[in-house]
Design a binder for this molecule. Structure first.
Ligand SMILES: [Zn+2]
Length: 59
């Protein structure tokens, strides 16, 4: 996905079980994704946010 802060950088989140760190993705019955844990970009814009039910929640 693209970083939601507007910087336009791609954000890659490993979802496979073997990856460290990894994220879990859950999609509710309406198709809204939630991610755990939060996303914190170490470089670039340093955006830090949760994705909950399809919405970005800034930290
Ligand atoms: Zn950004």
């Amino acid at each position: 996905m693209r970083c939601p802060c507007g910087c336009g950088q791609p954000v890659e989140l490993p979802l496979i079980r073997e990856a460290r760190p990894r994220w879990s993705l859950q999609v509710d019955k309406d198709g809204h994704p939630s991610l755990e844990p939060s996303v914190w970009r170490r470089g670039g814009c340093r955006a830090h946010y949760f994705v909950r039910r399809g919405k970005v929640v800034w930290v």
